[in-house]
Ligand binder design. Structure first.
Ligand code: WT7
Length: 650
């Protein structure tokens, strides 16, 4: 369990190429970044192109939720992502579009990207979109998505990307909140061979909304869709009318770049707003060092651009660095569970970044889906989004990486804009499940319940940040007070992450999960992630979700929802329960042993792979009719199945 079961030394193969060769290398650079941050970031800012230099590196006051970087500087994000590469690598592939059907993959060079982005920028302008206007983007993972976001950046419009799996109501709320005058969508999306009727959803979302003047529709499939005269326009026809050049707008370092909505523990989703200069410097620097990206590398982040991971590590970071980046339209199990590895082999991917949930999903299908492929191009494997359980980590390391690759377990948030705590290739010996060390300029601290910083090396508490970093969000769009309340009020002077963590005797950080998921059993604090990780270690178990429920004696009882591995055979419910309880007892202690174990066919997950524990908590108390909104689930039907299991158990 958490404190590393095993430590894997950095391989020579990794160190022979990595920018940093040792923990000492890291320490030296980190020390500089925190002892003289302005000097450090002034230097790092030179990695991007500025039209006009900045006057001041930083100016922040966390107590006031006031953060500004590189003030006075003028730049353009699309210029940095495209134009400045044209001379040196215009014909290099900027984006590999890995289409839903593998044989439809397509390469887009930096030169083509430039022409396409300029055309879209001119289309936006022709419909009156100006600097500062909001554009809502509801597109699947197709090149038009990259073109449109970069086109917004080119003319200074603020994009608000809504994941193309959200409902009409979710889009509508986001359009209203951001007052977007334009929506860019596609007739249909394709995922795992299925068609997704995006335009129909947009029609419903914008019905009667006066604020939306224009809907641009990219034609991704042959299907004809309803077009409202005077409102809806065909993207390809409009592009055909436009010139392939468009001068980039000079933006202020602190001008907004995008808004991205994310759910909190309370209230409606918040529109986190990111700005231009600091975000881009941070995206570029983290991308280069965390993934140890070198010229010529083929880099694949298999996330969706609808989430922050895709914003920063499919588009802005990689393109700023002149990397070849892959846009993956499909799902990890289409046409079969070997899809990722087939893709890695075909494109000779060097760096691969995905989420633990995806790793677990394909791991459970068996190693035979990995074995046939040549994965020798792989060097760096990344994971993000939730604590990775050691079993998934080991599988990734051994079965995918053949013990030849390094793993970076990157901790960050929509709010942070980029990776904050992570191993760096060449620096850390690997500890399965540890996010390890703060990135340059990042100053984490662990605070106790009273907000006191724990200064001993070994610590357990709430993860906060003591200093601003360039990539952090600047506000919640239209509601600065909420921004201040949510992140800067619990512990004045600190940014509160909402996560719990431990720091081990080496000073390495282990993220234990959202503190809202912490349960208190008989007065003992337990992380649900910690318990799940133990349960998942059992050979029968593919995945689990643990929640607290009211318990007469203990205050909180522990309920574990578990999914069995495909090859688990068919153990009885009692056998599974005993096995799970035994596993947890021996890993953590009897105190953490689940009181109830329910074997389920699936878990209620959002489309980004997060388990919606809120729903499980309701089910656990029998509030079957009070589950709230389940429309954001990847598969809402799983809820009824879990209810049935719970009912049968009683
Ligand atoms: C929350 C942020 C940032 C990209 C995707 C998620 C959890 C994220 C890790 C990790 C443990 C992680 C945290 C965080 N999280 N990465 N490597 N190890 N937990 O972005 O939706 O804003 O969620 O995801 O709990 O607070 P997000």
């Amino acid at each position: 369990m958490s404190e590393a079961s095993r430590i894997y030394p950095v391989q020579d193969r990794i160190r022979s190429q990595s920018y940093l060769k040792s923990r000492a290398d890291y320490q030296a650079m980190y020390q500089k970044s925190v002892s003289n941050p302005d000097e450090f970031w002034r230097e790092q800012a030179m990695r991007i192109s500025w039209f006009h230099p900045f006057d001041r590196v930083s100016d922040w006051d966390l107590a006031q939720a006031s953060v500004r970087w590189f003030e006075g500087g003028k730049l353009n994000v699309s210029y940095n992502c495209i134009d400045r590469h044209l001379e040196s690598r215009g014909d290099q592939t900027a984006i590999i579009f890995e289409a839903d059907e593998p044989e439809h993959a397509r390469h887009i060079s930096y030169r083509e990207l430039h022409a396409e982005v300029c055309r879209v920028a001119n289309v936006l302008k022709s419909f009156g979109v100006k600097k500062g206007d909001r554009v809502c983007i509801y597109l699947p993972m197709i090149p038009e998505l990259a073109y449109t976001m970069l086109a917004c950046a080119r003319i200074g419009a603020i994009h608000s990307i809504v994941f193309a799996g959200f409902s009409a109501d979710a889009i509508r709320d986001r359009i209203i909140d951001s007052q977007a005058s334009m929506v860019v969508t596609a007739n249909e999306g394709l995922r795992g061979g299925k068609r997704i009727a995006l335009k129909t959803v947009v029609d419903k979302a914008v019905d009667g909304l006066d604020v939306v003047k224009t809907v641009l529709v990219a034609k991704h499939t042959e299907t004809e869709v309803n077009m409202v005269t005077g409102r809806d326009f065909d993207m390809a026809e409009e592009k055909a009318r436009q010139r392939p050049t468009c001068p980039p707008e000079w933006m202020d370092a602190e001008d907004p770049l995008f808004i991205l909505y994310t759910s909190g523990s309370t209230g409606k989703p918040k529109g986190l707003m990111h700005t231009t200069g600091g975000y881009l410097v941070y995206a570029s620097l983290t991308h280069q060092y965390v993934f140890d990206v070198h010229p010529g590398d083929i880099y694949c982040c298999a996330a969706d651009i609808g989430w922050v991971t895709g914003h920063t590590y499919i588009i802005y970071g990689p393109l700023t660095n002149g990397t070849t980046t892959i846009m993956f339209e499909s799902v990890p199990t289409y046409p079969h569970a070997g899809r990722y590895w087939d893709m890695v082999q075909r494109h000779k991917v060097n760096i691969f970044y995905t989420a633990p949930t995806a790793i677990r999903a394909i791991a459970r299908e068996g190693n035979q889906w990995v074995a046939p492929y040549d994965l020798s191009s792989l060097r760096i494997l990344g994971t993000v989004g939730e604590p990775i359980n050691p079993e998934a980590w080991e599988w990734y390391y051994q079965v995918v990486g053949k013990s030849q690759c390094t793993i970076v377990d990157t901790w960050w948030q929509t709010e942070t804009g980029g990776i904050l705590i992570t191993p760096l290739p060449g620096v850390n010996d690997l500890k399965p499940g540890a996010a390890t060390l703060p990135f340059f300029g990042v100053q984490p601290c662990v605070v106790d319940q009273d907000g006191q910083e724990i200064t001993t090396t070994e610590a357990k508490g709430y993860l906060c940040m003591k200093a601003a970093w360039p990539g952090m969000a600047r506000t919640v769009y239209g509601d600065h007070e909420r921004f201040k309340q949510t992140y800067f009020s619990q512990y004045p002077g600190l940014y509160f992450t909402g996560d719990g963590c431990t720091r081990d005797r080496d000073g390495d950080y282990w993220i234990t999960g959202r503190v809202d998921d912490v349960i208190n059993v008989s007065g003992h604090r337990l992380g649900t992630a910690e318990i799940e990780s133990s349960i998942n270690a059992h050979e029968w178990i593919a995945e689990s979700a643990v929640i607290g429920y009211p318990h007469e004696i203990k205050g909180t009882g522990i309920l574990a929802f578990v999914i069995l591995n495909a090859d688990a055979g068919s153990p009885s419910d009692a056998d599974v329960s005993n096995a799970v309880r035994g596993q947890v007892s021996s890993d953590i202690g009897k105190i953490a042993r689940p009181d109830m174990v329910l074997v389920c066919p699936g878990l209620p997950k959002t489309r980004s792979g997060k388990i919606m524990r809120r729903i499980l908590r309701k089910i656990s108390i029998g509030a079957y009719d009070d589950l709230g909104n389940v429309t954001t689930l990847a598969d809402p039907s799983v809820v009824d199945q879990i209810i049935q299991v719970h009912k049968n158990h009683k």
